[in-house]
Design a protein around this ligand. Structure first.
Ligand code: SF4
Ligand code: SF4
Length: 531
């Protein structure tokens, strides 16, 4: 995909690395416009969710917990244990298919609007930078200026705020892993009392600070795996931030006597021999540019022979046949100046583009000023721009949708039929039976209870269909903690004569407050086992 035959040498290097391989720091101009405003509002909502989620609780348990250390996961109130790994894996696969489908249809909208990296970078850290150091030109000047009291003040303030925000993000990140209670406990403790917790927080702060103060767009360009997938996921029908090269090219400054190709309304005045062209769009463009200080004609004087008022029929006829009548792009470069990844979207869809829409806003502003329709850069597909064909339901999308629906159905079935409690009872290997003082016989068992609910469950075990049999716990009866694995041991006692029906197996009923929650079968080694 590209600008129709333009040289593609820009794909040989990335815009943020110079010819010597050194990092070229990007100073993007602050965007302004409707998309930037909407993204700002959405970022407030998403940041509130991100910071608030670990504090939300359902029945005392966190709403979301991703405790990889203790292998304990809670997603929106649903507890997952290591035994549920298959469910977790299917959920993850469903998520990946959803992202693939979403990308095939809507390109990298996720990157520009929802990705935490973009939200923190563009809506938090970059805004702080604009506030402390000013817009792009002021930042560039400050970077090049020698160290002074003013520069030190601004740099200390900015980096101090960056560190502070990184600390907040690090603590939140940790809260997702170990829970808010553990994070608060770590914060209240002296670093000497909890050196590992303290070290983890310091490492997280350092990583986040490094990412947002230094790595920045390099995360999207060189590290993020999702960015790398674009090449295989996008096709000509995917919607992306795209430059309409059909309308914009050949780009060029507005010059008198060279109306834009889109300015011609095809009124045919010229062809009918009328004296002057009634198309006054060029004059309105020039007046608007002059008014807003963007006038290019002042830096590139019009040809001496160019008409300054209306065009004669001869002029227009000549321009009509001119092979290089200019497109709507006035080559002002604003779309490049606002780009946080330092690329020129006019080169075509690129791996570096995170679909942040800054160039759409910048170009729309220019189009407003020169009184041309907005959308020279817009959300569209390659086939939309090149052939005016916009298709969502392509065979590829239908196939992905089918797979996604099947996976969603599988998730519903598996999650719907999932027990809130798993009980595992195993006879201790290597041990036979022991005779009790009353003549009965016992076997020793170990149990493991996985409580996936949000409540503490007091469990009781009893032997069924065997009069005189009983269960004795080693220690107290288990009270399964919510979202945790409870382990212990118990004895099963069978009478000296287990009866004619005994075949070496016992049935155990597990109850919670009198209600059976599990029914287990296990072996029992007894000296009087019947065949
Ligand atoms: S912002 Fe300026 S340079 Fe970029 S596409 Fe629009 S008119 Fe052309
Ligand atoms: S080209 Fe740059 S400014 Fe435009 S959407 Fe892509 S990343 Fe943003």
């Amino acid at each position: 995909m590209g600008t129709g035959g333009q040289k593609e040498s820009f794909r040989d290097s990335i815009g943020t690395v110079d010819a010597e391989g050194k990092r070229r720091w990007v100073f993007p101009k602050q965007p302004r416009g409707r998309y930037y405003r909407w993204r700002t509002y959405l970022s407030f909502v998403l940041l509130a969710i991100l910071f608030g989620l670990p504090w939300l609780r359902v029945g005392g348990a966190p709403l979301v917990l991703l405790n990889v250390l203790e292998r304990r996961f809670i997603l929106f109130g649903l507890s997952f244990s290591p035994q549920d790994f298959h469910l977790f894996a299917i959920l993850m696969i469903t998520g990946v298919v959803f992202i693939a489908l979403f990308t095939v249809v809507f390109g990298r909208i996720f990157c520009g609007w929802v990705c935490p990296q973009t939200i923190f970078m563009e809506m938090v850290f970059r805004k702080i930078e604009y506030w402390v150091e000013g817009d792009a030109n002021a930042q560039r000047r400050l970077a090049q200026a020698p160290w002074s009291a003013e520069k030190i003040r601004k740099r200390v303030l900015k980096q101090g705020l960056f560190l502070l925000i990184s600390a907040v993000i690090a603590h939140t990140f940790l809260a997702y892993i170990i829970g808010t209670d553990a994070v608060l406990a770590t914060v209240r403790q002296s670093p000497l009392d909890a050196p590992l917790g303290f070290l983890a927080i310091v490492v997280f702060i350092g990583v986040f600070y490094f990412v947002f103060a230094n790595m920045r767009e390099q995360v999207c360009i060189a590290i993020c795996p999702y960015g790398r997938l674009q090449g295989v996921l996008l096709d000509d029908d995917s919607i992306n931030v795209i430059y309409d090269y059909e309308r914009g090219e050949p780009r060029g400054k507005i010059r008198k006597g060279q109306p834009k190709k889109s300015s011609c309304t095809d009124c045919a005045d010229c062809r009918e021999g009328r004296e002057s062209c009634s198309d006054q769009i060029l004059h309105r463009m020039e007046a608007a540019l002059e008014r807003d200080g963007h006038r290019s004609a002042s830096t590139t004087p019009a040809p001496a022979a160019a008409p300054t008022q209306n065009y004669t029929a001869a002029d227009v006829l000549q321009l009509d046949t001119e092979p290089v009548r200019k497109g709507d792009c006035i080559d002002c470069g604003l779309c490049v100046q606002v780009c946080p990844t330092g690329i020129d979207i006019r080169n075509g869809i690129q791996l570096e583009c995170i679909n942040c829409t800054a160039c759409i806003d910048a170009c729309d502003e220019v189009m407003d000023k020169i009184e041309r329709p907005r959308g020279l850069i817009r959300y569209d597909s390659e086939s939309g721009v090149a052939r005016q064909q916009r298709r969502i339901w392509t065979p590829r999308v239908m196939a992905y949708s089918g797979v996604l629906l099947a996976l969603i159905a599988l998730n519903i079935v598996l999650l719907g039929g999932r027990d809130g409690l798993d009980v595992l009872l195993l006879r201790t290997p290597g041990l036979l039976y022991q005779e009790n003082a009353d003549g009965s016989y016992n076997n020793l068992y170990s149990y493991q209870i996985v409580n996936k609910t949000g409540d503490e469950l007091p469990l009781d075990f009893s032997v069924v269909k065997m009069p005189g049999a009983k269960v004795r716990f080693v220690g107290t009866a288990p009270a399964a903690q919510p979202g945790k694995i409870t382990e212990g041991a118990l004895f099963v006692d069978l009478p000296a004569d287990p009866g004619p029906a005994f075949n070496g197996q016992v049935e155990i009923s597990v109850t919670v407050e009198g209600k059976e929650v599990e029914h287990l079968y296990t072996t029992f080694v007894h000296p009087h086992k019947n065949k």
